[in-house]
Design a protein around this ligand. Structure first.
Ligand code: NAD
Length: 257
């Protein structure tokens, strides 16, 4: 039995010669690690809420207990999760490409756990906690009474996870670096993102305008599919290791894919 190569030969050669590759990831790459995407997370206990009701500054102000319960639940999932073969394949790719930038919308830290070094976290990190008033980084706090948010031990203002909530701006320096990497890359892999959360969803278009080859990896069609040169339909945990094996077959690997 022979298996079909994943990529056409010209795409394989293009990636082999590429000097700058960007990977843009979304919640889909962590789905195989057991962290639900936003859509999947709206089941069971949380089915009654939409993400804006749980992850917005207004929700934190009006219903802090609910917001903290939701983030505490998600933190529990992240603590239990480990990187999957998709995360490991991207860390492997970084070791083989002259300039590799990983731009992630995820807040779970799994790319860094997998060994990726050059990671731009557009939406922050769920495991960090800061205060609303001064952004003091906080690692320990008194438990809050039922229905309330815990308070900053330094200034007494409300604590929140260090993530970008709906309606908030992205961290400027991180987003500037993401824009620059997207403008100047030879190829962009768009992995596990529904392409509806802006401004991250604008990055593939920017890469394409500047001449990059855009490859989407997602089991489903998305609004970004139309601007992709190549669409690879399947789970990232299967597609990415196969892509690395095909494009860089003869080089030593430090991680088993
Ligand atoms: P999304 O939930 O809107 O979309 C997920 C996408 O992943 C979908 O297109 C789906 O088809 C695809 N997908 C599902 N399983 C996949 C797999 N195995 N391999 C590849 N693709 C798969 O997520 P989004 O586009 O990242 O945007 C929503 C926002 O949700 C982001 O801002 C992000 O910060 C936040 N979020 C993050 C996490 C996390 O950190 N893991 C989890 C949930 C939501």
């Amino acid at each position: 039995m022979t298996t079909q190569p994943l990529l056409a030969p010209e795409v394989q050669r293009y990636l082999q010669r590429a000097q700058r590759i960007v990977a843009l990831t979304g919640a889909g790459i962590s789905a195989e690690s057991g962290i639900p995407t936003f859509r999947d997370a709206q089941t069971g206990l949380w089915a009654r809420y939409n993400p804006q009701e749980l992850a917005s500054p207004e929700a934190l102000a009006t219903n802090p207990g609910l917001v903290w319960a939701w983030y505490t639940w998600r933190r529990g999932l992240v603590k239990q999760a480990a990187p999957n073969p998709g995360h490991l394949a991207l860390a492997e790719m970084e070791r083989r490409v002259p300039q590799f930038t990983l731009i992630t919308q995820n807040v779970d830290g799994l790319h860094q756990q997998a060994g990726s070094q050059n990671v731009l976290e557009l939406h922050g990190n769920i495991m960090r906690t800061v205060c609303v008033a001064h952004r003091h980084p906080v690692t320990q706090w008194e438990p809050a009474p039922e229905g309330e948010a815990p308070k900053c031990p330094i200034c007494g203002s409300v604590l929140r996870p260090d993530v970008v909530l709906f309606g908030e701006n992205l961290p400027t320096d991180v987003f500037q670096q993401a824009l620059e990497a997207s403008r100047t890359c030879d190829a962009m892999l768009v992995i596990g993102t529904s392409g509806v959360v802006y401004p991250a969803a604008a990055l593939p278009g920017l890469a394409k305008e500047n001449g990059a080859l855009v490859i989407e990896i997602n089991p489903q069609e998305t609004p970004l599919s139309a601007e992709a040169d190549v669409c690879l339909r399947g789970p990232a945990g299967e597609i990415l290791p196969a892509l690395v094996r095909q494009v860089w077959p003869d080089q030593p690997t430090t991680q088993k894919l």
